[in-house]
Design a protein around this ligand. Structure first.
Ligand code: BGC
Length: 713
């Protein structure tokens, strides 16, 4: 986003007309469902800059009221359209961001962002609080499902693609919406994975691990950034001027506006105890560089009082208003507000088919002893598990079930396909008989019936057992101490395994759970996460071989909650295996590693070469199977001697290649010197001369990687 003289002149003209009240009101974002219609409309009259979580007629009424206010500055409407416009019950519901990340496909993420933008814009809204750039490293955290997984490189790549999709070619296009990179910063790293608690980190570590995805988001032109709930080493982000001004604006070059997270300013008083009262909190938040204040409307009176009493400079307020008005002008908000919106695109067929494609591509086949795809020898199957037939659990967080807006329609709205429905449909076309039993679910319930499930499982040629979690175990404030299968799911799993009927275990969950018994004894394991509206159809297609799975894990699976964190790019440990620290009662390796995922074809690698002069790496990959398959070629590096500990491996590039049976392709990667960098003690990103290891292959596992050493001067 380049400075534009005309836009700046318009901002000057507007600011010259604005009273102090009108300026501060621009900074306020009103939570419509919380305040209700009348109070919300009073805020619109006063000139509140933005509203969130309001749709349709209510939104229109708010906008009309704002346009009638003294200066008629239109309102910016924000919503959490984080997996499609899924708080609208008629919109297209994509898999969760974590499931989408399993595709590793930037173009798919960009297209998903485009579809979401079209649907959000068709509802007359302008802004999505997405994508989420936090890393899910301690997966007890309740919000793993909202992340792109554990890796900063992959997160940055996928996030910038999604941002490009949301914001389109030009912010002023009528189907472009604002993206919001959140939560700035290191929110997912709270101690013990307890949501919004302190992150015990240094700013060196933040620069090394957590900042790079935000840099990519800024480079992609992301219009807004959300300051996190949490704190870094005791200082809440809401009050952290170094993070919000020096690093974000001066270092990263961010030119949009910063919005706080929900009630961040209120929380400075009543949760974080940093401010004596709302007035002090308002001063801290504004001075630190928060431009828009979400859901703390008391900010208005406080900021007014503080400016009038000389404790808060009006210049700070004006700077924030400038940042907000700039974006409003760049996106043509005045023109948009004057037009009526077209609803035609919401939930349309083309969008649904992209959601289906995403669901197919998101599936990670983690184990297959040959049972899949199901062959003609299988004449009868039994589908078991609450999550096999529960669209709420299949959706997970951030849909109209989990965050109902003013007039939610509670019954699920088609189109969608549960796993059971998807399997039944395909089984019929194959002449296979199919029965279903609830068996057990993530929560203890009266519906639990292990005996019935075991009884019909015994009579089948194959069992598809769907395990997972459900909404009450997922999301903000829903961190789990224990990642073992909950309810009676594990008990049923062990009893099903004892039947010795081929068992395919499907994980329909918000995040990796500790599914060790399935990994050891089931014939196949599929990580499906939350596949959205068409997740059930996609899983059925995988089982019957209609789709060749190509998902790769963007996150590692722990063997046990006590093994966390198990992310792949650890710093070298002392007492461990392959330089990774370990417990005496568990191996160092995770249950399933970052980058893992099988298909119905295997791939072979040969001839890894690295030209240290030109920084070009090349490797050959061959499809060893009998089906066309999509491989994700992953490139990692390790700094062999460095002045500080550096990761045992770090992803720096990847490419996806479609190969026919027997086909070999040579892929080359143009790397940059900065790919091999680290952040030193003074916070600078540097490349230290010396020896490096380049690794290429199918996953982050040592046994999947070819290696070659090279030196940088
Ligand atoms: C979440 C944000 C979200 C905001 C608005 C907060 O609870 O932390 O991710 O965008 O609410 O709904």
């Amino acid at each position: 986003m380049k400075p534009d003289k005309q836009v700046e002149a318009k901002i000057d003209a507007l600011l010259a007309q604005m009273t102090l009240e009108e300026k501060i009101a621009q900074m306020v974002q009103i939570p419509y469902p919380m305040l209700g219609r009348e109070e919300s409309l009073r805020w619109a009259e006063r000139g509140a800059g933005s509203f969130l979580h309001v749709l349709e007629k209510e939104a229109q009424e708010v906008q009309e009221t704002a346009l009638r206010s003294r200066l008629g500055i239109p309102v910016l409407f924000g919503i959490d359209a984080v997996r499609g416009h899924a708080l609208n019950d008629h919109a297209t519901i994509f898999p969760t961001q974590l499931a989408c990340a399993c595709t590793w496909d930037k173009d798919l993420l960009r297209r998903m962002g485009r579809v979401t933008a079209k649907e959000v814009a068709a509802d007359g809204l302008h802004w999505t609080f997405s994508p989420l750039l936090c890393l899910a490293r301690d997966t007890r955290w309740g919000r793993c499902n909202e992340t792109f997984g554990e890796d900063p490189y992959l997160t940055g790549e996928l996030a910038s693609a999604m941002i490009q999709g949301y914001q389109g070619e030009d912010l002023a296009d009528e189907d472009s919406i604002l993206a919001c990179a959140k939560h700035y910063i290191a929110y997912g790293e709270a101690v013990g994975a307890r949501d919004a608690c302190d992150s015990e980190l240094t700013y060196r570590k933040i620069r090394e691990v957590f900042l790079p995805p935000f840099q990519k988001a800024v480079d992609a032109g992301c219009a807004t950034i959300m300051s996190a709930y949490g704190s870094i080493d005791g200082l809440p982000l809401t009050a952290d001027a170094c993070a919000l001004r020096d690093i974000l604006r001066t270092e990263l070059g961010f030119r949009g506006f910063v919005v706080t997270d929900w009630q961040n300013v209120t929380s400075l008083v009543d949760k974080q105890f940093l401010a004596e009262n709302a007035d002090a909190a308002a001063c801290l938040a504004a001075a630190a560089g928060n431009d828009m204040i979400m859901s703390s409307p008391e900010f208005f009176d406080s900021a007014l009082r503080m400016v009038r009493s000389g404790k808060l400079s009006e210049r700070i307020i004006e700077e924030a208003v400038r940042n907000i008005l700039r974006i409003k002008l760049q996106m043509g908000l005045w023109e948009r507000a004057a037009k009526s919106v077209k609803k035609a695109d919401i939930g349309c067929e083309a969008h649904q088919s992209l959601a289906l494609e995403m669901a197919r591509r998101s599936l990670c086949l983690l184990k297959n002893d040959g049972v899949l795809p199901l062959t003609e020898r299988i004449k009868s199957i039994t589908v078991i598990g609450a999550n096999a037939d529960d669209i709420r659990a299949q959706y997970g967080d951030w849909t109209y079930f989990s965050h109902p807006l003013p007039h939610p329609e509670h019954p699920p709205i088609r189109p969608y396909t549960t796993i059971r429905e998807g399997i039944e449909t395909l089984a019929k076309t194959h002449g296979i008989s199919c029965r279903y039993a609830y068996g057990a679910g993530p929560l203890h319930s009266e519906k639990d019936d292990l005996e019935e499930a075991l009884d019909i499982a015994k009579q089948a040629d194959a069992v598809i057992y769907v395990v997972g979690d459900e909404i009450s175990q997922v999301g903000e404030g829903k961190d789990r101490a224990d990642l073992a299968l909950s309810g009676r799911q594990e008990e049923l799993l062990l009893r099903l395994l004892a039947l010795r009927v081929p068992l395919i275990c499907v994980l329909a969950a918000s995040k990796p759970l500790a599914i060790c018994s399935a990994a050891a004894q089931a014939q196949a394991v599929i990580a499906a996460f939350n596949g959205g509206a068409h997740g059930g159809q996609a899983i059925a297609e995988l089982l019957f071989g209609k789709c060749n799975p190509s998902g790769r894990l963007p996150i590692s699976f722990p063997r046990h909650s006590g093994q966390l964190p198990v992310y792949y790019n650890q710093l070298p440990g002392w007492h461990g295996e392959n330089n990774v620290g370990k417990y005496c009662d568990l191996p160092a390796a995770p249950l399933y590693a970052f980058g893992e995922g099988l298909g119905y074809s295997a791939f072979g690698y040969q001839n890894l070469r690295m030209d240290a002069e030109t920084l070009t790496a090349s490797v050959e990959v061959t499809n060893l199977g009998e089906r066309q398959g999509l491989e994700t070629v992953q490139i990692y590096f390790r700094d062999l001697v460095s002045s500080l500990l550096t990761p045992v491996k770090q992803l720096i590039a990847y490419e996806q290649v479609l190969l026919m049976p027997g086909e070999t392709k040579c892929l080359s990667f143009q790397l940059r010197k900065m790919n091999f960098s680290m952040v030193n003690r003074t916070g600078e990103r540097v490349v230290e001369p010396g020896r490096f290891l380049l690794m290429a292959g199918h996953s982050s596992k040592d046994e999947d990687l070819l290696r070659c050493e090279f030196a940088l001067a």
